[in-house]
Design a protein around this ligand. Structure first.
Ligand SMILES: C[S@@+](CC[C@H](N)C(=O)[O-])C[C@H]1O[C@@H](n2cnc3c(N)ncnc32)[C@H](O)[C@@H]1O
Length: 268
């Protein structure tokens, strides 16, 4: 396959033979997921009780939570995922455990009919919910907790990826992303939960994204598209070059931050 070059026009991002999604390509070059999984495992391990009921909202294929489970605990999990493809993968990934239930619904649908309460509600990397609806979403999520229950919310922080997104999205799509636009991050949720009765704490995860700019330009472009959500070919050549210069100036390394907001319904 023809490799994209930093100095030529019309860099192409094509799916490679390995057919990775843009997120999977990003994950190949960042340790964010490993850091997140380890941190979540430590949090779960620290929660009182050996048999816990968890609701995983928007779990995708379920592997994020499954990889984070501490061996020491028995977790009865309700996995909630509305999209068809990840749900099919979820069913395969969970079939070995009879205590795990998979539900193919949106959170909104599930919430209307659900009567259960949970020890833990996990809401991780839920980028589909509009920020304006966070207040209501968080009230609904916390209403599903048992009296001793814990909500775990995981979201990106303010880091060098934020700077990258802000710089180029506001440049490329100013009507959608005005100069004062701030990319999504955990601070809004932290603020809302801190106002609620109970105990809220923040755990920060630090990781590193290494753009493989000297060997795999296709991957660089896939990651740029993933972060900007803009097709590479639609980006003017001068901005394409600016993006690549930005990455080269940073020697391909961007520091990442993520927040895990842990809310306990009752103060200890
Ligand atoms: C970025 S993935 C996060 C997956 C997993 N929680 C993780 O942290 O790796 C977000 C998931 O939320 C699901 N989703 C989208 N809208 C939803 C809704 N209204 N209710 C529940 N899940 C939703 C998507 O289908 C997607 O699988």
């Amino acid at each position: 396959m023809k490799k994209a070059q930093p100095s030529s026009f019309n860099h192409q991002y094509k799916k490679k033979g390995d057919n990775l999604t843009p997120f999977e390509t990003y994950s190949k070059h960042s340790n964010a997921l490993d850091v997140s999984i380890k941190q979540l495992r430590d949090i779960l391990l620290g929660i009182k009780g050996n048999s816990l009921e968890i609701l995983d909202v928007g779990c995708s294929d379920g592997l994020f939570l499954i990889s984070s489970l501490p061996k020491e605990k028995n977790m009865r999990i309700t996995f909630l995922e509305p999209s068809k493809d990840p749900f099919e993968k979820l069913k395969k990934n969970t079939k070995q455990n009879k205590e795990w239930v998979c539900i193919n619904q949106t959170f909104e649908e599930f919430y209307q009919n659900n009567k259960e309460k949970y020890d833990i509600v996990l809401a991780s990397h839920l980028y589909h919910f509009p920020r304006e609806e966070y207040q209501e979403l968080l009230s609904q999520l916390t209403s599903l907790l048992k009296d001793s229950g814990i909500l775990i919310w995981i979201e990106r922080g303010v880091d060098e990826i934020t700077d990258f997104k802000k710089r180029f999205k506001t440049m490329l799509l100013p009507s959608k992303y005005p100069k004062n636009w701030i990319p999504r991050n955990y601070k809004r949720v932290l603020e809302i939960l801190k106002r609620k009765e109970g105990n809220t704490k923040l755990i920060q995860n630090n990781s590193v994204l290494k753009f493989p700019y000297t060997q795999e330009l296709d991957d660089v472009i896939a990651i740029v598209e993933f972060f900007l959500n803009i097709e590479w070919n639609s980006i003017p050549r001068t901005v394409q070059e600016e993006i690549l210069e930005y990455i080269i100036e940073k020697k391909g390394i961007l520091q990442e931050e993520e927040g895990i907001v842990v809310y306990s319904k009752h103060r200890d």
